[in-house]
Structures are given as structure tokens and as C-alpha cells.
Design a protein around this ligand. Structure first.
Ligand code: PLP
Length: 345
């Protein structure tokens, strides 16, 4: 197998998908896979069999799913002027991020698709800043929207993506926000998209509490179609990234140079500032501590210090666990690095 390579473990993906099929059935909700999390065609073929559709943002993403006759939801922080009509023609639902884009495009797009607005509910939930969309430009501030909600002709849906790595309590907060603030509007709408950002496949996610909470909401608003658009939780723990030791430089803590780079293959590590998990390392101190680094010329291309059970040598394989989400899709050829391979096992 070539190195570096991203590896998708098919059986683990199937297990996650079974879980989504279960919650979709129990709650009578619609599930759209968010392409930006991971989009290798072999993976999409499998995911498409269990999901009702896809959530996409532009025509490049649209091309990747054009062989699946499924529900398409389009949303982007801003649509390109020269593709918004095509996206509307191919989408079943579509949401705009701002009042200006709504004013520009809603009239034309309404001929083709069911239109919604992304609302920023400004929830105060504890979550990492890099993905806390409540603090961001993503969506129309709900207070501004509520001042004028009855002026939106042809508005059929609301879109909330306000959570990041959250459990069912955060979803409950979001649903309370919706129940409290949009009472006059909800009877006139057709759908609500509740976004992604929920740890549906985490072992401690309270699935039964989720099902009960959705039932409560649906009882009040049975006419509303509810969409979810998870990304991370679909491919969570379904794959890993494999690379190789190219060199080991003698130092107090020996420096390992890998045939990868944060900037080329592991960009999600940079934005989330996470220390990736590596297979087979020791949780306690050993005699074999190394600083793992990338092969780019950026001095800060440092992955972290790890304790290994045995000494490393040139040619050894290093496996980064749970490394598919938002990593495969963000690859670059920075500094001339080889693109990583992809394999499904
Ligand atoms: C609008 C929207 N929906 C859904 C998702 C998927 O979120 P997650 O991968 O955390 O489930 C994202 C991720 O950025 C998003 O921006």
C-alpha cells in the first residue's frame, strides 16, 4: 500500500450508517450527508445507500453527487452569481445565508426549489471557537430576522447549523430557541434543517433522549419536515491516515520526520489545534519519546510529542487514528508534497 494514504474502513462506516437508518426511522426525519466532511467517491457510494440525500454548497460538490437521485440541499455562506440558478434547479431545498443574497436571488430561485434562510440563533453553548457558528457571519442574526419575518415572500424553510461536537442537550437548547421564537412563523413553513455538529455516533450520545425530543417537537409541528445534515459523525472512527518515518534526527527528544505535513494532509489538525491520536503509543512515560514532525519547510510543522512502546526506525509506519473527517477533503500539494492515496478496506 502506498504511503501516505487515507484508509476508509467499510465495515465501521456501515455500522455508523445502520445507526443513522435507525434514528431516521424512529423519528421520521430526513438525513442529508454533508459533503464537505469527506467526499471520496467510494465513500459516497456507500453513504448514499443509507442517507436521504446530500447537503452541498456549490457546483463542484454538486458534480460529485450527480449520479445519486436523492434530495439535495444547497447552502453556502455566499453563492456564486454564475451558479446559483443551476444549484437552485438541481436542489430540492436551498437556504440563503444573508438578506442581500435573498434579495438578489430568491425570486428567480423560487421557480425551481423550496427556499429557506439560514438563521444564526446566537445560542450560548460552550463549544470550540473555530466551529462555533453562533459567534460568526454564518446565518442571519435571529433578532434581525424576527423584526421582518413576515416580509419574506415564498419563505418555506429555516436552516440552523449552530452546534459543533454536541450532544442531545445542545439540540434541546436549539429546539427550545425555535419553539420560543418562531411560533407565528412555524405553521406557515414546510421544513426546518437542524444542521450537523452533533455526535450521533459517539458511544455516550443519548440516542433515546434524541428520539424522545424529536417526537415532542414533531407532535407540536407535524407538518414540518425535519432535516439533519451531519458530516463528522457519519465517518467518525471509520478510517485512519497512514504515513512513514523518513528520518530521525538525533536530539534530546529525537525528531521524527514523516512523509507528510500538517499543511498538506492534516489541515484539520491545524484549525482544531487537536493533538492527533496515534495507534499503539503508550499512555505512560517510556524510554522512546519522539517529536513527530512533517516534511514541509515550515518550522511549525510539528505534530506533537509521543511516547512509543518500542524505538522507531526509518521506514516504520505511523497511523493517525480517526483521521478521515475534514482531512481527506482539505489536502493540498503544499511544498510539492505528494497527494495522499486513498484506499477502502
Ligand atoms: C452548514 C453546515 N451543515 C452541516 C455541517 C456538518 O457539521 P458536522 O461535520 O460537525 O456534523 C457543517 C460543517 O461545517 C456546516 O457548515
Amino acid at each position: 500500500m502506498s504511503s501516505p494514504t487515507f484508509i476508509l474502513e467499510q465495515q465501521k462506516l456501515q455500522e455508523n450508517l445502520k445507526h443513522f437508518e435507525y434514528i431516521a426511522k424512529e423519528t421520521d426525519t430526513q438525513w442529508l450527508y454533508t459533503l464537505k466532511a469527506f467526499d471520496a467517491p467510494q465513500g459516497l457510494d456507500i453513504i448514499s445507500q443509507s442517507f436521504d440525500g446530500f447537503s452541498i454548497g456549490n457546483s463542484n460538490e454538486l458534480k460529485k453527487i450527480d449520479s445519486y437521485p436523492k434530495h439535495i440541499h444547497s447552502y453556502a455562506p455566499a453563492f456564486y452569481d454564475d451558479e446559483v440558478k443551476t444549484l437552485a434547479q438541481q436542489s430540492h431545498t436551498m437556504s440563503f445565508n444573508s438578506l442581500t443574497q435573498w434579495k438578489h436571488y430568491a425570486k428567480e430561485c423560487n421557480t425551481y426549489t423550496s427556499l429557506g434562510l439560514r438563521i444564526n440563533p446566537k445560542l450560548s453553548i460552550e463549544q470550540p471557537q473555530y466551529c462555533d457558528s453562533n459567534l460568526s457571519r454564518l446565518g442571519i442574526n435571529y433578532k434581525i430576522f424576527l423584526e421582518q419575518y413576515d416580509s419574506f415572500e415564498n419563505l418555506e424553510g429555516l436552516h440552523f447549523h449552530a452546534l459543533c461536537n454536541q450532544n442531545v442537550n445542545a439540540l434541546d437548547t436549539l429546539l427550545h430557541h425555535i419553539e420560543r421564537n418562531y411560533q407565528a412563523l412555524l405553521p406557515k413553513l414546510k421544513w426546518i434543517n437542524l444542521g450537523g455538529g452533533q455526535n450521533f455516533t459517539h458511544q455516550d450520545y443519548d440516542t433515546e433522549a434524541f428520539i424522545i425530543r424529536i417526537h415532542t417537537f414533531k407532535k407540536k409541528y407535524p407538518h414540518l419536515a425535519l432535516y439533519f445534515e451531519p458530516g463528522t459523525s457519519v465517518i467518525e472512527h471509520c478510517g485512519y491516515f497512514k504515513c512513514t518515518v523518513l528520518d530521525i534526527i538525533d536530539a534530546k527528544i529525537p525528531i521524527v520526520i514523516l512523509n507528510t505535513s500538517i499543511e498538506a494532509h492534516l489541515l484539520d489538525v491545524a484549525i482544531t489545534k487537536q493533538k492527533p491520536k496515534i495507534k499503539g503509543i503508550s499512555q505512560t512515560k517510556t524510554a522512546y519519546e519522539y517529536e513527530l514532525t512533517g516534511m514541509s519547510c515550515i518550522a511549525g510543522d510539528v505534530i506533537g510529542r509521543y511516547q512509543f512502546v518500542e524505538p522507531l526506525k526509518v521506514g516504520d509506519e505511523i497511523i493517525f487514528e480517526n483521521m478521515l473527517g475534514y482531512a481527506w477533503v482539505k489536502q493540498t500539494s503544499f511544498n510539492g508534497l505528494k497527494e495522499a492515496g486513498f484506499k477502502i478496506v
